[in-house]
Design a protein around this ligand. Structure first.
Ligand code: HSE
Length: 452
């Protein structure tokens, strides 16, 4: 049978990795796919560089539209990134009847609804395993392997740059700014690391997972996003003393209505630093590695670990999508795995109109650090406010004043771990605590996830 012909838009690090792995493992890939898969056309603005990678194996052009217009091309791989020209080209490729493989999490998290609708109308597939956690087959696991389950929650370390920075902060006791500079010098963080360190990249990925897990549309605009820039070495150290690690987590959870707590039924979708018990496997994911924990009602907890970025790990996911398309593209479109796991017509039904909850409505537990005057009654006033708000305390740690402020200091750090409560309630309790004259600096609040 004739090889399936693939056009590649953008041959950077991942594109070159895809080309190389496809070439290196072509025999096995062909045996799995049932036919050969060949990148026969590449579009890149740097034509000379592209030619140096593909040699004579593929035609190289500067104009991506020449690839889309080529009737011999069956699948277009989009590796340009961003929501600009990439969106236009993906929609044009779909309109031209091409299947699309993309690693573009930003594009799908923001414009996924439009793109998947266009693909369904045209009867083509848009595959995106590489968009979430690079080489880890988490989309496959959620859409297919766990399809029997009612998914309850997902929590993932889904940004390698920030996990590398947090690991270094913990190992070396250094503050964020110092480690970021070092990470940039070593090439672990980009020259403009904003999307990574502010949690935006992780929120794109969490948004995609929430849609697949709960059958809701992609709703990046509803995601709560907090990065790691405000974390201090002191909090990482205190967390460790209490048996926790701090990680940037992408979290999405199904929440039932709770009359007592006055909360609605809905979906939590949030990215922020979180304390997690050091004994959990995911707490021990270090450096640039990624990991995702999924809790399903039937299977219990499952953990997926691996490289979330890089040339060949990402190529591994891109090629898996190519093989899926090669196997399925002649099948009736209705028999294919739906883009977001649930059949699109069910998106009008009750379950999938579940709202994404506001942060005031989420339920979690907390780490609080208060810089307080070291005098009688301070702890009692602080805990009194929490008790009044119905927030139960799990643990308290108070440092020696000398250790915190130097010899003779009359200030100290009071660290409190709480049990679960509704965030709105914690917000009001924090305002009251902050107003106490004996609370001497802005309170640090980091959410805590037991992931039990
Ligand atoms: N910049 C991402 C990371 C990889 O640091 O994990 C691509 O999403």
């Amino acid at each position: 049978m004739k090889s399936i012909q693939v056009g590649l838009l953008g041959i950077g690090v991942v594109g070159a990795g895809t080309f190389n792995v496809l070439h290196r493992n072509q025999e096995e890939i062909q045996r799995r796919a049932g036919r050969g898969i060949a990148i026969t056309m590449v579009a890149d603005l740097d034509v000379a560089r592209a030619k140096s990678i593909v040699g004579d194996a593929a035609q190289v052009v500067a104009d991506a539209r020449a690839v889309i217009a080529n009737p011999d091309i069956d699948i277009v791989i989009e590796l340009i990134g961003g929501y600009g020209i990439a969106k236009t080209l993906v929609l044009e490729a779909i309109a031209a009847g091409k299947h699309v493989v993309t690693a573009n999490k930003a594009l799908l998290a923001v414009h996924g609804t439009e793109i998947f609708a266009a693909a369904s109308a045209k009867g083509v597939m848009v595959a995106f395993e590489a968009a979430v956690a690079g080489g880890i087959p988490i989309i496959k696991a959620l859409r297919e392997g766990l399809t029997a389950n009612r998914i309850q929650w997902i929590a993932g370390i889904i940004n390698g740059t920030t996990n590398f920075i947090l690991s270094e902060m913990r190992d070396k006791g250094l503050d964020f700014g110092v480690v970021l500079k070092e990470a940039q010098r070593l090439g672990y963080a980009e020259a403009d690391p904003t999307f990574d360190i502010e949690g935006v990249d992780a929120a794109h990925k969490a948004t995609i997972m929430s849609a697949i897990a709960f059958g809701i549309p992609v709703q990046f605009d509803k995601a709560h996003i907090e990065g790691i820039t405000k974390l201090s070495a002191a909090d990482i150290k205190y967390a460790e003393q209490l048996g926790y690690r701090i990680k940037l987590l992408g979290i999405t959870k199904r929440r039932q209505a709770d009359a007592k707590a006055q909360t609605r039924e809905g979906i939590e979708l949030r990215v922020h630093p979180a304390l997690i018990p050091a004994k959990r496997l995911i707490a021990n994911v270090e450096g640039a590695m990624n990991a995702v924990v999924v809790q399903g009602d039937a299977v219990g907890t499952t953990l997926y670990y691996g490289k979330g970025a890089g040339a060949e790990p990402t190529a591994s996911a891109v090629i898996a999508d190519l093989v899926d398309i090669a196997r399925l593209h002649t099948a009736d479109a209705a028999q294919r795995v739906p883009h977001l796991a649930f059949q699109p017509h069910t998106l009008d039904e009750a379950m999938s109109t579940l709202p994404v909850l506001t942060m005031g409505e989420i339920v979690t537990s907390y780490y609080l650090r208060l810089r307080v005057a070291d005098e009688a009654g301070v702890l009692a006033r602080v805990t009194g406010i929490l008790a009044e708000a119905g927030i139960s305390i799990d643990a308290v740690l108070q440092r020696e004043a000398d250790e915190v402020g130097g010899e003779g200091s009359n200030q100290t750090d009071l660290i409190i771990l709480t049990h679960d409560c509704v965030e709105a309630r914690m917000n009001s309790a924090m305002s009251e605590m902050q107003a106490l004259p004996t609370v001497l600096a802005p309170i640090t609040r980091i959410r805590k996830e037991e992931l039990a």
